[in-house]
Every structure is written in structure tokens, then in C-alpha cells.
Design a protein around this ligand. Structure first.
Ligand code: HEC
Length: 225
């Protein structure tokens, strides 16, 4: 390879950029009204230039996340991207295939985040143990589960933020999480109010190149009366 070709190759590499995913909540419509106690189906579309399109089954639907948050009575609706930076642990999990084997609720290959958060109180000792097991891999802890592989691609600090996220948020009542592009939401009869639905997807970056994973999101407000 001549020096000129090497420069051209480096230049071509620099031109390759990862594009952010586009996430759209198809339904419900923003500002939908619904009766307390009723059910509401939702549907999310994801398009990512590198990963593909959810309409053609090119996106792993388990990695499409929906968050349902109930606003405290009287609280103002925060601006659309206000919470985007507050969930680094969740973003790391979404970009690193943790949802291949874990769901927020319900059993997959591994235990659900709800079950993990209910099982382990948030103590430093528990966090240290779980960080070690996620890093090195684990088997035999959860009856009936398979083996969790090691995660050498993640730093200890990154794993710590995922474990902290799971223990803090896995079993919360004011914030619930769902996996998938479609589903049915139930609004408890005794909890009317303003709910925020946020759908998000974190992409896988460029294949074989260390590019940051990018996240796209969309949100709608649902008023439960
Ligand atoms: C290939 C499937 C798979 C992947 C990918 C995976 N896990 Fe697991 N995970 C499991 C299984 C299976 C278990 C239960 C292992 C056991 O019983 O010891 C588990 C257990 C856990 C536990 C509980 C450990 C304990 O000691 O109770 C945590 C926390 C966890 N995983 C987090 C993660 C995070 C964070 C990621 C992504 C970085 C991840 N997992 C990726 C399959 C997986």
C-alpha cells in the first residue's frame, strides 16, 4: 500500500459515521385521554441506518424500551429530553445486549430486573457482588436459569452503573418499564393523573469500529381520568 492509499483509507474511515436511531411512538397519540382502570395498547417504530427497521424485523424488539412515569400531582411536564442524561446504566444495558437475556419483568434466559431488584437490597456489598458476577459471568445463583457469560467489553465502572440502575429502578412503582415495540398498558383505577410514555432505542454503533452508541427517543403524554 502506498502512502497515498493509506491516507485515502484513513480518510474513508473518518467519513463513516454512526447515525442516530429514529424512534416514533405510533400510538397512542400525544395528549390522549383514557379512563382510569382502562387498558391502552401502544406501538413503537424504530429506524436506524445501521441496525435496520423495526417494520422489517431488523431490530431486536426486546431492546426497544418503553418507560411509563406518573407525574406527581401538580408537577409540570418536564421538557422532552430532560431525563435523557439521567439513565447512563440503562443506556449501557440497551447498547450491550443485556436485553437479549433479561426483561424488566418476566423470565427470559436470565432473571428479570424486577426479580433482581426485589431480591437484593441496595447495599454496597450487594452492588460489589453483582458487579463481580456480571463482569466475570455467573451460573447456579438463579434456579432454572442458564449461564451468564462474562462481559470483558465493559469496564467495572460501566457495569457498576448498570447494577445500580437495576437495583434502584427494577421494582419502582412510579416508573415502570417494558420491552418491545407493542404491548398493552394498564392504568390502575386508583391512580389517575398525567403519565409520560417514553420509548427509546440505543443502537449498536458501527460494526467493528469503536463508535459511541447513539440513542433515539420519543415521548407522548397520556391523561388518565
Ligand atoms: C446470554 C444471556 C445473558 C446476557 C447477555 C446477560 N445476562 Fe445477566 N444473567 C443471565 C443469566 C442466565 C443469569 C443468572 C445466572 C445465575 O443463576 O448465576 C444472569 C444474572 C444476572 C444478574 C444477577 C446476578 C446474581 O448474582 O444474582 C445481573 C445483575 C445481571 N445478570 C445483569 C446483566 C447485565 C447488566 C447484562 C449486560 C451487560 C447482562 N446481565 C447480560 C444471562 C445473561
Amino acid at each position: 500500500m502506498t502512502l497515498r492509499n493509506i491516507f485515502i483509507a484513513i480518510f474513508a474511515l473518518c467519513l463513516q459515521t454512526n447515525h442516530p436511531p429514529v424512534v416514533k411512538i405510533g400510538s397512542p397519540a400525544n395528549q390522549s385521554h383514557i379512563a382510569a382502570g382502562a387498558q391502552l395498547s401502544y406501538e413503537v417504530q424504530v429506524t436506524d441506518q445501521e441496525d435496520g427497521d423495526s417494520r422489517y424485523d431488523e431490530i431486536d424488539t426486546k431492546a426497544v424500551l418503553l418507560e411509563l412515569t406518573r407525574l406527581k400531582p401538580g408537577a409540570r411536564v418536564p421538557p422532552p429530553n430532560a431525563h435523557a442524561a439521567t439513565d447512563p446504566g440503562l443506556d449501557i444495558m440497551a447498547g450491550n445486549n443485556c436485553f437479549n437475556c433479561h426483561l424488566f419483568k418476566g423470565k427470559a434466559l436470565g432473571p428479570s430486573f424486577f426479580d433482581i431488584a426485589t431480591h437484593y437490597p441496595t447495599t454496597t456489598a450487594n452492588i460489589d457482588t453483582l458487579v463481580r458476577r456480571v463482569g466475570a459471568g455467573s451460573s447456579g445463583i438463579w434456579p432454572g436459569s442458564e449461564k451468564m457469560p462474562s462481559h470483558p467489553e465493559l469496564s467495572a465502572a460501566a457495569i457498576r452503573s448498570t447494577v445500580q440502575w437495576i437495583l434502584h429502578n427494577g421494582a419502582r412503582e412510579d416508573r415502570s418499564f417494558f420491552n418491545g415495540t407493542t404491548g398493552l398498558l394498564r392504568f390502575p383505577a386508583d391512580k389517575p393523573g398525567t403519565y409520560i410514555l417514553t420509548a427509546s432505542y440505543t443502537d449498536h454503533g458501527l460494526k467493528d469500529l469503536p463508535t459511541p452508541h447513539l440513542k433515539g427517543s420519543d415521548r407522548v403524554i397520556v391523561i388518565v381520568q
